[in-house]
Design a protein. Structure first.
Length: 231
């Protein structure tokens, strides 16, 4: 795999359950994610989108097929290897998952503190810089209760980006946002792709953001049925 290929998925199959209730969720999924690209994964509920995301994110074990992430084969990888790779990724979810008792800065610092040996002042400076990138430097000391929905999600984006991950995995990050806030979040991720070479894979039902994608993958019943390149 070349340096510009962040993820290379080949013949990926996945099952849930066992015995008589065992059910196949993914069928021969193939996809690539190139450095700096913005890829959208679409499909109806239950099509397997989140399963793909969690497999690439090292949150599930690869059962069958090949999934190479950052030049590491995930099939057969140990838990220690998966943990080490997860620390090189950024995650954004529909629910912003902010700690209500922590300020915006403290929430973002958590994205740095997963790395061992990072001094608190270093983490704080990185968090404040990341909040500035998402336009929230003036909200650094605010608790989530005092932020709007769009601002909370931008804090979550800052937390995902603060450690300069090679890949950001976003699961329905704009679903609960109005049109302008959704556009802000996606544009931030696009800018990071251009400025830092950050790759984004975003799962969504949100048709409002499709015009910003470099590639759109459509998943139905566990199979990729359409690939649309827009870059």
């Amino acid at each position: 795999m070349t340096q510009d290929l962040i993820a290379n998925v080949r013949g990926l199959n996945h099952w849930f359950g066992s015995g008589e209730v065992k059910k196949q969720a993914l069928f021969d999924v193939n996809l690539t994610l190139k450095r700096g690209s913005f890829t959208v994964l679409m499909g109806p509920s239950g099509s397997g989108k989140t399963t793909v995301l969690t497999l690439i994110g090292c949150l599930r074990a690869v059962q069958d097929g090949s999934l190479q992430l950052l030049q590491n084969e995930l099939r057969g990888a140990s838990e220690a290897q998966l943990v080490a790779l997860r620390r090189r990724l950024g995650f954004i979810f529909q629910a912003h998952n902010l700690h209500e008792s922590l300020t915006a800065t403290q929430n973002v610092m958590m994205g740095v503190q997963v790395h061992e040996g990072v001094a608190e002042q270093t983490a704080k400076a990185a968090a404040f810089h990341a909040l500035g990138l998402v336009g929230l430097a003036d909200r650094a000391g605010y608790l989530p209760a005092n932020l709007s929905g769009g601002q909370k999600q931008r804090v979550a984006v800052a937390r995902a980006l603060v450690a300069s991950p090679a890949l950001v995995l976003a699961d329905e990050p704009t679903a609960a946002l109005d049109k302008d806030s959704a556009a802000e979040v996606v544009d931030l991720l696009k800018r990071m792709g251009t400025a830092r070479g950050t790759t984004t894979l975003l799962v969504t039902h949100d048709n409002r953001i499709l015009d910003r994608a470099d590639r759109i993958l459509t998943l139905e019943d566990g199979r990729i049925v359409k690939v649309e390149d827009r870059a």
